[in-house]
Design a protein around this ligand. Structure first.
Ligand code: TRP
Length: 360
């Protein structure tokens, strides 16, 4: 069986380092591993509209931002297909049929939907479109017969929902759809990178993100202002690692090579941590190291972005041709789905023959 990746993001803002360590970096590695037959990366604008219906401009404006972020991280349009969700209407049609296989109470139990309803103050009046987005996500995944979905931990409930839909569909209508596997980051610190203020969630409105497109000075300012251990006042004081954002970021970003290059007094992160907890290691030194690490990761990304920004028409063409290719694949799956459901009245003469027989 072919190995196929599908993943994506909602275009509601620029991507940040949380997206990078949680998913983008892994996508590029998977892309370059050569072990996948097809890779689809979706800019999920239709899904973004489910909770931004009053602000389509925000979604429209961020499509190119996200495409630039993808390409600058190393997504290679020769190896991965980039697509815009709303330009593949077959996905909507698939969703409509899948909706009959899911109960309202099942969606209500989805933990991600539950917490998003709270976050957006939707409790009193949930838009139906928003409520059904896990079903539309199942359409995204199954339309491309994805076997592997590399995403962050918050997407686990969506994958569970997708698997249930696949099993239900296949058992009711016969084997048609492929059950996908989620692929989570294996580094725990990457599962959910906190904001620079130590808050659990990085968000634009909290102003606590480091963006992939951020300039050198801005990055440095943000790293130097990061939340550490508030009780670590004097250098001699023993420091705490739990909830210490600088160390969480080092867990996510730093490698042995970074130590060789920027902090050769220590051989690895464990040694640095030991010194910090014993006392005698100041925050500024650790922050400077983290700044070097992040700068060295983000610099090539920023440079590549600058190159792509010089040729926006080229990026547009990548999105357009990727979407066209994706549409063909999704149309194929849709036709298999309709065939399995026997709602393909005009595809062959089978239905007509039945009717003729019935009325003769
Ligand atoms: N829900 C994802 C997010 O919030 C975006 C997304 C839409 C997606 N469709 C998908 C991710 C299919 C993986 C697979 O970022």
């Amino acid at each position: 069986m072919s190995k196929i990746i599908l993943t994506g993001d909602r275009p509601t803002g620029k991507l940040h380092v949380g997206h990078y360590v949680g998913s983008l970096k892994r996508r590029v590695e998977l892309q370059n591993s050569g072990s996948f037959d097809d890779i689809y990366i979706m800019i999920a604008d239709a899904q973004a509209l489910t909770d931004n219906a009053d602000n389509p401009k925000k979604v429209r404006d961020n499509i190119m931002e996200v495409a630039l972020d993808y390409l600058s991280c190393g997504i290679d349009p020769e190896k991965s297909t980039l697509l815009i969700q709303s330009e593949v209407p077959e996905l909507t049609e698939l969703s409509f049929y899948y909706m009959n296989l899911v109960t309202v109470s099942r969606v209500q139990r989805n933990p991600t939907v539950k917490s998003e309803i709270q976050m957006r103050n939707f409790e009193a009046s949930i838009p139906v479109g928003f409520f059904t987005y896990p079903i539309s996500q199942a359409a995204d995944i199954t339309a491309f017969k994805a076997t592997t979905v590399p995403v962050g931990e918050d997407q686990l409930p969506m994958l569970e929902q997708t698997k249930e839909i696949v099993r239900k569909f296949n058992s009711v209508y016969g084997d048609t759809l492929v059950e996908p596997e989620i692929l989570l980051p294996d580094n725990k610190a990457c599962l959910r990178l906190p904001g620079i203020d130590g808050k659990a969630k990085m968000s634009k409105s909290l102003g606590n993100c480091i963006y992939l497109s951020e300039e050198t000075n801005e990055i440095k300012k943000k790293v130097m202002s990061m939340y550490t251990d508030p009780d670590h006042i004097k250098i001699e004081d023993p420091g705490k690692l739990e909830g210490n954002t600088v160390f969480t970021y080092l867990d996510a970003f730093s490698t042995k090579e970074h130590f060789e290059e920027f902090l050769p007094d220590y051989s690895c992160l464990d040694e640095l941590k030991e010194h910090y907890t014993k006392g005698g290691l100041g925050d500024v030194k650790v922050k400077k190291f983290l700044n070097n690490v992040i700068q060295s990761e983000l610099e090539p990304i920023r440079n590549r972005r600058a190159e792509y920004q010089k040729d926006i028409t080229y990026v547009y063409d990548i999105l357009k041709s990727g979407t066209e290719k994706a549409r063909e694949v999704a149309a194929n799956t849709l036709s298999e789905v309709k065939n399995s459901m026997k709602i393909n009245y005009f595809d062959n003469r089978e239905w007509l023959e039945e009717q003729i027989k019935k009325y003769s």
